[in-house]
Design a protein around this ligand. Structure first.
Ligand code: SF4
Length: 510
């Protein structure tokens, strides 16, 4: 097992058993679901809107080269410097280089998952800069020195009391756990940072090719201050954030707010088209856009999974995922947790090392159902499983499946195993849940279902001796050429032993 897989399993086991954590997350997401459904109902046709959004992203991603060139030409024409970064390392070097050139010392940063992806804060701090997160949730997790819990709600795992204690410890100032008071405490600190900062770093929700503009969506106004007050602004954008036209935002902005936070529209939606122009009252003197690839073009080359690049990072798939809701975001050990994280992390960081994530799914399909841009997430998880196993088969799994095939294809062996199982389960209680239990992997956290005292086939034979309860006749009463109206037996065992019974060649159901 790889190190990330070991870490994931250990953390998942602890958190899944943490009832307080689970109830906190369920409560928060329960409220979100109510608001999200209310806002979805405000769309005339939510399903139609999803289809249009998927079509727009399909067009953008399938002609990414053309739209990126258009975006760069338009935004550079207004004095923005665009940088291309193939890797996370290159992106870090470019941003550290800009900060050095501008002789910066203090940096303020608004929420940007791409920055988390390339571990930008660590690189800037190692280079000697002071970096402060300006989004309240990010500010809180930065004070705790931990990664965001969720791509939209970074501090959703914390209670007001925990945040109050944190502010008391780190800022020496938290008179109460009232959310408004806590927000004011953070604002007081952050306002000084905006004024003192030499560089502001933001992410981007969309990059509009038609007009060469960056679209940033937020609820606190902190990204606006991050962009407007420091003399230099740097925006780090994943290349997949392109949308073809400005009009596309009329769909994507409400859709992002609805799916992501249960809002009709986020509090602030701002477009940045370049540095301060002559005659303008505010804005940065210098504006740099860093376009980040970091394996996105490799994903683009994968025709089967390319649509994972359609993601608008709304977080809706995390919110409905039964795994995420039980093990939490930090357990994943990745920048992007939940279903979308389990799809793209193997592309960003390597399938063999991260293949445990696609396996950590119930494949219920809830993620695909809520995704506003209709990414077929659970099929991508299956695809990862297939690719991972084909590239590196696990010998004991192959052996186990061969053994199982032999068992269900050999009636006497199947009957024998059931007989042994029925005797064995009488003594199972003695070792259940201990390491001596042959089914320990299952029973350490779940109940093993008991084998039925009688097989379906035996029950059916017995029932066929007399008249059925509903007044019909049992199997023995069937005349040649008539079809049995009772339950259909689809067992392999039955197909071999009872040629008259309709079969589909499946495995035996007991
Ligand atoms: S995959 Fe879909 S639901 Fe999940 S974050 Fe991306 S856009 Fe939202």
């Amino acid at each position: 097992m790889t190190a990330p897989a070991t870490q994931f399993k250990a953390a998942a086991k602890t958190l899944a058993a943490d009832l307080r954590h689970r109830s906190l997350i369920q409560t928060a997401l329960g409220k979100y679901e109510v608001k999200r459904d209310e806002m979805k109902a405000r769309f005339q046709d939510w399903e139609g809107a999803r289809q249009v959004a998927a079509d727009i992203k399909f067009e953008a991603i399938n002609h990414l080269d053309r739209y990126l060139e258009q975006f760069v030409a338009r935004i550079e024409a207004r004095g923005t410097k665009v940088h291309w970064a193939s890797t996370a390392e290159q992106a870090r070097q470019i941003i550290v280089g800009i900060c050095r050139d501008r002789q910066a010392r203090r940096i303020v940063k608004s929420k940007a998952m791409t920055a988390e992806e390339i571990h930008l804060n660590q690189a800037l701090e190692q280079a000697g800069f002071k970096v402060v997160e300006s989004d309240l949730g990010e500010f809180i997790v930065q004070l705790r020195d931990e990664a965001p819990y969720h791509i939209v709600f970074p501090a959703m795992h914390l209670t007001r009391g925990e945040i109050k204690d944190l502010f008391d410890r780190k800022l020496g100032d938290a008179p109460s756990d009232n959310p408004e008071v806590l927000t004011m405490v953070a604002s007081r600190v952050l306002r000084q940072e905006y004024v003192a900062a030499d560089v502001g770093i933001t992410g981007a929700n969309f990059a509009v090719a038609e007009t060469g503009m960056i679209s940033v969506t937020e609820n606190e106004g902190n990204a606006r201050l991050t962009a407007a007050l420091p003399k230099t602004m740097i925006t780090l954008v994943g290349i997949e954030k392109i949308v073809p036209t400005l009009a596309d935002l009329a769909l994507f902005l409400p859709m992002l707010a609805t799916a992501g936070a249960g809002q009709l529209l986020s509090g602030y939606n701002t477009l940045y088209g370049g540095p301060r122009q002559p005659g303008e009252a505010d804005g940065p003197e210098a504006f740099h856009v860093v376009l980040l690839d970091n394996q996105r073009t490799a994903l683009l080359a994968d025709a089967e999974q390319r649509d994972a690049l359609h993601c608008i990072r709304c977080g809706a798939c995390l919110n409905v995922c039964p795994i995420f809701r039980n093990v939490g975001g930090q357990t994943y050990g990745t920048t992007y947790p939940g279903p979308i994280g389990s799809v793209i992390t193997p592309h960003l960081r390597g399938l063999q090392e991260w293949k445990h994530l696609p396996f950590a799914s119930s494949l219920c399909g809830a993620c695909s159902e809520v995704c506003p841009v209709k990414i077929d997430l659970h099929h991508h998880l299956l695809q990862h499983r297939r690719t991972a196993r084909a590239a590196k088969p696990v010998w004991w799994e192959k052996l186990a499946f061969r053994g199982f095939a032999l068992l269900v294809n050999t009636p006497w062996l199947w009957r024998l195993s059931l007989a042994v199982g029925r005797v064995g389960q009488r003594f199972h209680g003695l070792v259940k849940g201990t390491k001596l239990d042959p089914a320990y992997v299952w029973t350490q956290s779940r109940e093993a279902p008991a084998l039925a005292g009688q097989s379906f086939k035996a029950w059916w034979r017995e029932r066929g001796r007399g008249t059925t309860d509903h007044g019909g006749t049992g199997p023995r009463d069937r005349r040649p050429g008539t079809r049995d109206q009772g339950p259909r037996v689809t067992s392999h065992e039955s197909s071999r032993n009872d040629p008259g019974v309709a079969t589909k060649g499946g495995t035996a159901h007991e």
